[in-house]
Design a protein around this ligand. Sequence first.
Ligand code: GAL
Length: 415
Amino acid sequence: MKKFVILFLSILLSLSVFSQENILEVFSWWTGGGEAEGLQALFNLFHKYYPDIKIINAAVAGGAGTNAKAVLKTRMLGKNPPDSFQVHAGMELTDTYVIPGLMEPITWILKEIGAYDKFPKDLIDIVSYKGEIYSVPVNVHRANVVFYNKEIAKKIGMKKAPTTWPELLAYLDKAQKMGYVGISLGDKNKWTSLHLFESIMLSQLGPEKYNNLWKGKASFNDPDIRQALLIFKDVLKYVNSDHSALTWQDATRMLFEGKAFCNMMGDWAEGYLKTLNWKPGEDFGWFALPGTQNAFMLVSDTFGLPKNAPHRENAIKWIKLLASVEAQDTFNPIKGSIPARIDADKSKYDVYLKWSMDDFSTKAITPSIIHGSAAPEAFVTALMDAINIFVTKQNVEKTFKEILWIAEDNGYVTD
Ligand code: GAL
């Protein structure tokens, strides 16, 4: 018995020593090409200002946070939060963590460093709840982009970016006939199929109706959603047969390897292609998915302050750093995203990112489903599963009905 008491006391002691150590534990899923480099650049900058604080990189691998999100939730609910964590702006932050009372507001931090009014209002709105801001957006990614191999584009005679589905499908067909994969997909981690489908849905509904779905002002019972499934089915004729064994990076790399003509992905793919020493505009090109030229499917990574963060003071330093122009301009050119701050230095960004910046300020902003902004987790997971089954079975009517059930179950309009 005595032995156990001693053991117990020494564990307690070591835990408290750990929490008093000068540590900052940052949780994310940035382990892949482009992502890991961007995160490391932020860590390096943090070290420049706080050389004595040891960073624990608690990243959990898996694109779009497929594995990380579950780990994070367990830690948060088990009262074992990291000091700060990556979370998407929108429902993923508010519905999962803010409303259940697990986060501290950070409005005061942004005010203290004069960054409060330096972010677009629409973005601040979706990281806020009842008048308080709960996380700092570190970037803005665009999800509705098709990246392509310029050399293959030349071979298939693509002179200008396709703006309609028949045009794109014709190029995919041509590429396939010439022995290439038309459009690469890597849905080993499931999320990429919904990533593709949500933008096809946007192309059919248009930004206004798409946005109204989430406000309860438009119905899911819309022929445009059925039409989106039909288009998705057409697109699936041109994907690689081993798609379910590949990650998103594997699929993006197929452009670099000269195996696939194009890949539809968020622009973290741009960050990844750059780590392979591919040059935007020279080696690879891009265009908005046909029918979504007027929209910017928004994905924003943010970091917040959990209640009872073990090293709260260090977490506040981290959040202050992320909110600075310096951090945003260090991270984003590497990550393949644009700064969330409106006063960043545009000259630091490459030709692709400048294109994205221009579109961000002029196009309709639409929140991504799979990347946590538009809808609560239960809806996203159910829809992701339905779309994954669709990729194998390709049953349009059945999937359309399933989408309606999922929407109804989650309180969205379906009549
Ligand atoms: C998104 C995230 C991006 C990128 C991508 C692939 O959800 O917002 O920053 O990491 O997943 O992992």
